[in-house]
Write a protein that binds this ligand. Sequence first.
Ligand SMILES: [Zn+2]
Length: 419
Amino acid sequence: MLDRVLATRSLLPEHDLSFLADAPVIFHCHHFNLFLDQTIDDALGVEAGTALRTRAARDASYHLLSSLNRKLGLVTPAERLELAAALFAAMGHGRLEILTQATGGEGRGTWLHYGFAWHEKYGQAVRRRFPADAMAAGFMAAATEVAYGLPRESMQCTETACIAMRAPRCEFTFKPGKAEVPEIDVGTAQARAVVRPSFTGLYEDKIAAIAKGLRDFAGGVAGDERGLVQAFGVFVTLHLSTYYNRISYDAWNLVRERSPASLPVIEALLRESGHVCVFNTFGGILLSPEWEGMVGKIQGDPVEIVSGCTAIGRALGFGHWTLAELKPGERLVLRTPSTYESSYWVTREGPAQQGMCFFVQGAALAFMQLAERVPWTQRPKLTQEFYVELFRRGVPWSVKETKCIAKGDMACEVVVQKT
Ligand SMILES: [Zn+2]
């Protein structure tokens, strides 16, 4: 069955955007996933944050599961629920038991990516007082809607026990509720309509070759017996970009309405999610034996690091990132005809007044930090302490998205300058 699921994958090759069935998917690690969820809860409060994250997961998962069931011709609730649980594990999100009927019911999770990774990263030091698995909750709610043909956005789900709170397993309860008005899906056709004509940049041949090698490698990765993917020193998920985009932009919109003075704070945090991702995942890939086998041992040359990072961004499905300018120690201009953020923003929110690709902004700044300030030949450990030293104490770079597809430009362009 999973072979048939994988056969529904597609790529806009000129734009490095990936889809499973019709739903846009990207790879992100647990450091990014936990940081972004935390950002939403910090901005909205835990209760509203959890509710938004659960709704976003249900929204994105419904798109994936309904289009997958259509493509595979699955009919009975049992086979649809079975597919959902198998897919969740294959994507690296952990093991689910979905024990629901049309009238609601229960669900259980073991090794859930969010709860388990939170416990691994913070569990020794911090006692968590609320559950961590909105993604699993929303996913199972959507799976139930799809399995029983229920109205979209109608199944309510609460996580009642969580491994992040030191419970032996995660537990969920479901009950039907009033259906919310569904948002438009951000699928292949929508992404095609938003992306701009593609182009290339500096070191194109090298970047394209590395991106292809990494994408082929990532295409063969699936969850282990726990339903987790552990690679490059992180837990990796194949995730729905609509989840990330909806929680980020709904939170951004709410902050803009309620306390516009706080807008720079949430924008800085959304940008920081890019630092977190590049430091942990991109850094982990650059230091990995797989990279050494495919590209060669890392030497620490800024051009090598920045072009390598650009290729990694493409391979993870973030968009067709290109290098328009690179002056080591001074300036980087990253330009792309596609980002997963702008596909969503233009489809659901309409024209923007400013650059909206906060993740790309943070990622580009982190490229220069990695290129200039990491002693690569010493094979450093990418620890939290090292992260804090690099990014929290006076970053000597500024970043600005000077052009953005979301505001009608022909590309997104991010300029990073030494300050
Ligand atoms: Zn943009």
